[in-house]
Design a protein around this ligand. Sequence first.
Ligand SMILES: [Zn+2]
Length: 435
Amino acid sequence: MSPTTSALDEAIGFTCDLIRIDTSNYGPGKDGPGERVAAEYVAGKLDEVGIHADFFESQPRRTTLVASWEGVDTTLPPLLIHGHLDVVPAMKDDWSIDPFAGAIENGYVWGRGAIDMKNFDAILLAVVRQRIREGRPPRRNIRLVFTADEESGGPLGSVWMARNHPDAISDCTQAVGEVGGFSITANDKRIYLIQTAEKGIAWLDLIAEGTAGHGSMRNSDNPVSTLARAVADLSMYRWPVSIHPAQQAFLDTVSEALEVEITADNVEETLTRLGSIARMVGATMGNTLNPTMLDAGYKVNVIPGTATAGLDGRFLPGQRDEFLATVKSIIGDKVRMVAHEQPSAEAPWGTDLTDAMGQAVLEADPGALITPYILSAGTDAKGWGELGIASYGFVPLKLPADLDFVGMFHGVDERVPIESLEFAVGVYDRFLDLA
Ligand SMILES: [Zn+2]
């Protein structure tokens, strides 16, 4: 068995094992199994190769694991490499295969977390173990971090760590985790997307207060009407197109691959030629705001005193103030707004670290295109950002052109191709020489 084969076997086995450890995150205030059992599993695998791990628990069983692995050049600041241990819940009845069985079928590992992101936890573990067995330290010191609670935005994981145990990570200046490094296929050319930015989050509560009373009477101060109008006005608003530099670089790369000039008129149609990724990158053409919750009243013949709505807002880096000001101007004075925010993130492109990512990929897939891109959603980068750490998404997966990769995240029948795991093991190993 060649060394590479053994790391691949371990990556497959660890992915299956971690999927079998249910770490469903049901959200704030809701009981779940927590991440401790998964963290103990990871710690055990690191301990076997002589790496000690520390546990940090924000709440019982909500475990984040931190370990240090010494590199060749110990004068360089450590690189933070992270994966989250929690997953979103899965409804067994919706799936073709038990989402927590960790089954292998048709060349795929199936199960919740197979893509998001127990696959990477496993790849990282397997590569670290192989390199230690072979006496091949990484170029620089590595801080290995396996987090809790990413799927709820990290208040019990990365954000909690940054605020309560900054000393465990604050000597790192750069971080690498999800969501990037995967390939899309355009015009038979593979493009690898490396995440250099992510949108900020503004989850908005809208509260309309009015005059309560009998449903049969005239009432010009009905909070249900006031709120409904505000929500409708926000839904009708067309957020202007705004192109972040990472988005522009991505569009330029797509333009090269498809051999078409992308203009304001054809950009939407061009993106649809990329398949399911269009849903993700289309959402980064500007700010977005979607109403997701409405609540008012308790009986049909009673006008309530209050009506509330919940909206999911996402703003581009640098546009937070403008975004919130626009919402306020649309809803007017009669509706109050409370924003629950997480900042956007952005990191520079064209650095030694991003060059290392590109080189590691190109050595394994010559002729591919590499591009930065901006993620529409959020990751643990938001936690590290509180400590000034620049974050990238790089989980190198060479994917079949017909796989609905975006649909795998939080989706039914989540699965990862074994040949993609093989690619990732090789590229990540090389990346650790270059990073
Ligand atoms: Zn994830």
